[in-house]
Design a protein around this ligand. Structure first.
Ligand code: X2W
Length: 288
């Protein structure tokens, strides 16, 4: 009897949650949401399955999710196994010819297909591509010091629209073509996600990482921040280190017409749903 009562109460809570989500479901119906899934947010198979479930649910309720992933820790593992040394300058991996081959192998092969498989296992229809497919993202060298690290200069996002208009969830590896024949560039995952969100004029860009958001000088996570505040906090050194590429990406994406960017902890259960479909939201939202 007790068990039955609890089950009933659980069901009532579930129904209430769904009912409360209605205004959000209506608001995001037809919206384009670019989700950057960072390597640090990926975790084990269960966490991957949960992420995939959120993405499939978004698609089911009429959102057009576009997943752009990272995979830095997985690249590190393979470089270590192969005895190739790797270093980061200003948050980006110095990438020589041997390294870029490993980057493409791991991102376009291992990580991309793992995410595609996880989404398909949840009943979605995911197709994995990289920035090379249909010349989605064409790059030039970001900085001579970094080698084959790409800065996107030309975006051809029609392939993404074609995929989501056909009910497919695109999953994009941040590897790109150059302007010269046979060039391959390693693109920072946040940079790629921002460029894609900007070119799509996405409604939302969610940057899933392993920190809870942007912190103020007192160390508290700020739930809402304006671009002006981000600039000031960066000048004051409050925003520093690995957060800089994320906030820079956010400002660039907003400039290009993305409505809002959220930096959040992808390891939180149902992080994407929490942000999009509840009053509470998650992480730090940057918008004008
Ligand atoms: C990144 C690409 C992967 C990435 C790298 O080589 O690690 C550059 O740094 P996370 O998991 O999002 O950090 N590229 C140029 O961005 O992965």
């Amino acid at each position: 009897m007790k068990k039955q009562l609890r089950t009933m109460q659980d069901s009532i809570a579930t129904a209430k949650t769904l009912s409360e989500a209605l205004p959000y479901l209506q608001r995001y119906s037809g919206a384009v949401v670019v989700v950057k899934f960072g390597g640090n947010a990926m975790g084990d198979d269960d966490a991957m399955a949960e992420f995939a479930r959120d993405i499939v649910l978004m698609r089911q309720v009429g959102v057009n999710p576009v997943v752009v992933h990272g995979g830095g820790p997985m690249i590190n593992d393979m470089l270590n196994k192969l005895g190739i040394k790797s270093e980061f300058v200003r948050g980006k991996r110095v990438t020589d010819k041997a390294t870029v081959e490993v980057v493409e192998m791991i991102l376009s092969g291992l990580v991309n297909k793992r995410i595609v498989q996880a989404i398909n296992d949840q009943g979605g229809r995911a197709v994995g591509i990289s920035g090379k497919d249909d010349d989605l993202m064409v790059c030039v060298a970001d900085d001579p010091e970094l080698g084959f690290v790409g800065k996107p200069v030309e975006m051809n996002v029609q392939v993404l629209r074609d995929l989501y208009n056909a009910g497919i969830i695109p999953v994009v590896a941040p590897v790109a073509t150059g302007m010269e024949d046979n060039e391959t560039f390693n693109v920072n995952g946040d940079t790629a996600a921002g460029a894609i969100a900007g070119a799509l004029q996405a409604d939302r860009l969610l940057l899933l990482t392993d920190v809870s958001g942007v912190k103020n000088a007192a160390g508290e996570v700020m739930t809402q921040i304006t671009p002006e505040e981000v600039r000031q906090m960066t000048a004051d050194g409050v925003i520093a280190g690995g957060m800089i590429p994320k906030t820079e990406t956010a400002l660039l994406a907003l400039d290009q017409g993305v409505r809002a960017v959220t930096i959040l902890d992808g390891r939180l259960p149902n992080a994407c749903l929490l942000e999009l479909f509840t009053d509470h939201g998650a992480g730090s939202q940057i918008r004008s």
